[in-house]
Design a protein around this ligand. Structure first.
Ligand code: IDP
Ligand code: MG
Length: 374
C-alpha cells in the first residue's frame, strides 16, 4: 500500500459560520492530498497533486494551507502518522535576552538551520516583578538581583519553538550558561557568539518539558490579555508585516537582518495568526482598488505572520522605498537591493507588507499591536 499520512483537520467555513472537520491524507510519493468530510462521510477532495504542502509542516498544532483553505491540524489520523511525524515533536520557550536583541536575525536563522521553527514570538520589556517571577527558582541565589536587573534592562524577545526534541535542541544551540565557557567549549553556539559573561549570556531556553509548559504559559498565556505586554510606541513609526509564505520558507531571520543592516530600529515585534475577517479588515483600503485583493487576503491568513513596528521618524517613505516595488520581478530589475527584490516571489507573495501612506503608519501598527494583541 502506498505510504500516506493521516490527520484530523478543522476548517472554519466563514459562509456557514461553523467549523468543519476533515480527514486530510497526504501521499509523500507524489505530494498529493485527499480530503474526506468527517460529518457527512463523503469525499471532499479527490486525490490531487498539491506541491505547496511541505511534509515538514505536517504536524499536530500547525496550520497548513490546502487550496486556499487554512486547515488546523488538530489530531493524527492513525498510529502510523503519530509515530512517524508526532512522537518527537516538542515545544519550548526560547528567549533572546536584552544583550542579544540586535542579533535576533542571526539567531532566528540559526534556529531554522537546526530544523526548529518559530511558532510564536513577542518582544516585551519585563517589569522587575515579571523578571523575578520568571526566575523564581533562582530567588535565593547570590546572582539573583543582578540577573533580574539585567533581564529588565531592555526589551527581550520570547519565542515558542517547535520541532523534534526542541527542548534539548535549543539548549544545545544556546551552549553552556557562561558565555566564556561557551566560547571554549561550543564556539558556534549563540552564547559563545553573542554573550558576554555568566549573567549576560544572550539567551534563555527551558530546561525540561515541564519548564517549557510553565514558561510558555508565562509569555503566551492561554487566557488572552494577561501576559507581558508588547513594546509598541505608536509614535513616529510605520508598520511592516513579514508575510506567511516568507515565514514558512524560513526567511524571517534574513529579512530581519536586512532591515537592521539598513538602519531601521524595530521597536515592536510579534507573530500573529490572522483569520480571514482580520485580514479583510486590515486590507480594506485595497478592496476594489487592487486586483490581487482576494489573493492578498488569502496569503495573509495562510499561516503566522510577523508584525514589526519600525521607527521611521524622519521619513516613512524611505522605509517604503527600502521594501521596493510591490512586484518582485519589477523590483529585481529596478531596485535589486530592496526587500521584495531579495525575498519576494510574486506580487502576492512579495515577502513583506509595508504601510502605503505615511499618515497610516501608526494606524496599521495599532491594528496589530492594539487590536490583534488583545
Ligand atoms: P540557564 O540559563 O543555562 O538555564 P541557570 O542556571 O538556570 O542557567 O541560570 C539562569 C540565568 O542566571 C543564567 O542564564 C545566567 O544569566 C544567570 N546565572 C546563572 N548562574 C550564574 C552565576 O553563577 N553568576 C551569575 N549569573 C548566573
Ligand atoms: Mg535555567
Amino acid at each position: 500500500m502506498e505510504e500516506r499520512f493521516a490527520f484530523l483537520a478543522e476548517w472554519y467555513d466563514p459562509s456557514a459560520a461553523l467549523l468543519r472537520r476533515y480527514q486530510l491524507l497526504f501521499y509523500p510519493r507524489d505530494s498529493s492530498v485527499e480530503m474526506f468530510d468527517v460529518k457527512n462521510q463523503r469525499t471532499f477532495l479527490r486525490k490531487t497533486k498539491y506541491e505547496d504542502l511541505r511534509p515538514e509542516d505536517l504536524f499536530v498544532g500547525n496550520r497548513v494551507n490546502v487550496f486556499s483553505r487554512q486547515l488546523n491540524l488538530i489530531g493524527y489520523g492513525d498510529q502510523f502518522t503519530a509515530n512517524r511525524l508526532g512522537s518527537k515533536k516538542e515545544r519550548t520557550l526560547a528567549m533572546i535576552k536584552p544583550d542579544a536583541v540586535p542579533q535576533i536575525g542571526d539567531i532566528i536563522q540559526m534556529i531554522y538551520d537546526s530544523n526548529l521553527i518559530v511558532t510564536k514570538a513577542k518582544m516585551t520589556k519585563l517589569t522587575w516583578s515579571q523578571g523575578a517571577d520568571f526566575y523564581t527558582e533562582h530567588q535565593t541565589k547570590p546572582f539573583f538581583n543582578n540577573l533580574v536587573q539585567f533581564m529588565t534592562s531592555g526589551p527581550v524577545v520570547a519565542m515558542e519553538l517547535m520541532g523534534d526534541e526542541a527542548v534539548a535542541g535549543w539548549r544545545r544551540l544556546l551552549g553552556p550558561t557562561d558565555a566564556g565557557v561557551a566560547r571554549s567549549e561550543a564556539a558556534g553556539s549563540v552564547r559563545a557568539q553573542y554573550g558576554t559573561d555568566g549573567t549576560r549570556n544572550a539567551g534563555h531556553g527551558s530546561d525540561s518539558l515541564a519548564s517549557a509548559a510553565r514558561e510558555l504559559e508565562f509569555f503566551f498565556p492561554s487566557t488572552a490579555g494577561c501576559g507581558p505586554s508588547n513594546t509598541a510606541s505608536y509614535t513616529d513609526s510605520t508598520c511592516c508585516i513579514i508575510k506567511p509564505h516568507a515565514i514558512s520558507e524560513g526567511q524571517t531571520g534574513r529579512i530581519l537582518n536586512a532591515i537592521s543592516a539598513a538602519g531601521y530600529p524595530v521597536s515592536a515585534l510579534q507573530m500573529f495568526s490572522m483569520d480571514r475577517a482580520n485580514a479583510e479588515e486590515f486590507y480594506e483600503v485595497y478592496k476594489g482598488v487592487v486586483t490581487e485583493y482576494t489573493s492578498m487576503v488569502a496569503e495573509l491568513c495562510s499561516g503566522p505572520c510577523m508584525a514589526l513596528e519600525i521607527q521611521a521618524a524622519s521619513s516613512p517613505q524611505t522605509f517604503r522605498d527600502f521594501c521596493g516595488p510591490a512586484d518582485p520581478e519589477i523590483a529585481r530589475h529596478l531596485r535589486p537591493t530592496t526587500l521584495r527584490a531579495l525575498f519576494g516571489k510574486t506580487k502576492v507573495q512579495n515577502a513583506v507588507h509595508c504601510t502605503d501612506l505615511p499618515e497610516d503608519g501608526v494606524l496599521e501598527v495599532q491594528y496589530f499591536f492594539k487590536i490583534m494583541d488583545d
